[in-house]
Design a binder for this molecule. Sequence first.
Ligand SMILES: *Cc1c(COP(=O)(O)O)cnc(C)c1O
Length: 386
Amino acid sequence: MRADQLASYLAQLQQQQRYRSRLVVEGPQGVTVSIANKAHLNFCSNDYLGLAAHPDLITALQRGADQYGVGSGASHLINGHSSAHHALEEELAEFVQRPRALLFSTGYMANLGVMTALLEKGDHVFEDRLNHASLLDGGLLSQARLQRYAHNDAQALHGKLAASQAHTKLVASDGVFSMDGDIAAVSQLAQVCHQHAAWLMIDDAHGFGVLGKSGRGTLEAQQLTPDDVPILMGTLGKAIGTFGAFIAGSEELIETLIQRARSYIYTTAMPAAIAEATRVSLRLLTTEAWRREKLQQNIQRFRQLASSAGLPLMDSQTAIQPVMLGEVGRTVAASVQLRQRGILISAIRPPTVPEGTARLRITLSSLHESAHIDRLIDELQHVCKA
Ligand SMILES: *Cc1c(COP(=O)(O)O)cnc(C)c1O
């Protein structure tokens, strides 16, 4: 677009109700968040375990800043890789029971890094149709041929893999699909990948910390080994409550990423104090299993009440509980109306989701109490009937 086209582009978005704007939040994440000096009941944060503003994390961050300062000063390969980063990598690897883990500054960069490091022109990458944008962008940037398979359909994937003559094949899927909340059939994907000697990479942004008895994520919940899924990506900005991401896998995989992943090499290391806070969060995952249990109870309560109320739920057992309204105008209006009533829920619309599937994306947290969920159901009934 040329400079003289931007104004009409923006006007058109506004007309189509696709114009995006930001809320200005005045304090920490929690059950309520303050916007325009008004408390809003929060149903759109990815802080699933209520750790983002936990006092122990805040103290760890402050101590980390005392010890390491604020900026890391350089990339990991120059001299930005501190003992805090190193310890966190070792603890993450141990937690997910893999030989090594490598920190990235964001999940977006981790996905770009893996795909560009392992794939090149002539290779093939296969992605679930509903994968997160960062996996799709990684596939495009890698210059491999990108093929999308029908959502969560291992049989469709099998057909595409069988037809591929590429030297390197890589299959990538969300563990928990970020806009629908359903869980990937990873054991079936793993079987198909084994059969065709393809890499399998699972992006567990919404499963890590939450799913599985110990919070190790989608793979723990489905009892899968590193052999089944050689590349695991987890993010730290969601259930873990801090910032950043990691890739876990074999010694050779991680060393290859250190040599080749451009989104690892050519960027400043995350602040060491963030790594220190994340180490504390990892410990809380282990010692405070009640957070996962409470979240599960909240999910069950919400689904039960929403279903009795006749709300259009989707087939999700996770903390992501979309209410599918379909039409963009109706969805945006519902979200605005909810906000006026002090409830924060985001409207998700195309192009983030397919045409005709606009939805209210509700996320639950272990900080919600039964009364919050009851109020949510009342308010949803009110705006969805209107
Ligand atoms: C949030 C998210 C990411 C990106 O992680 P960031 O650390 O926020 O960059 C990647 N994949 C999925 C599925 C996500 O939901």
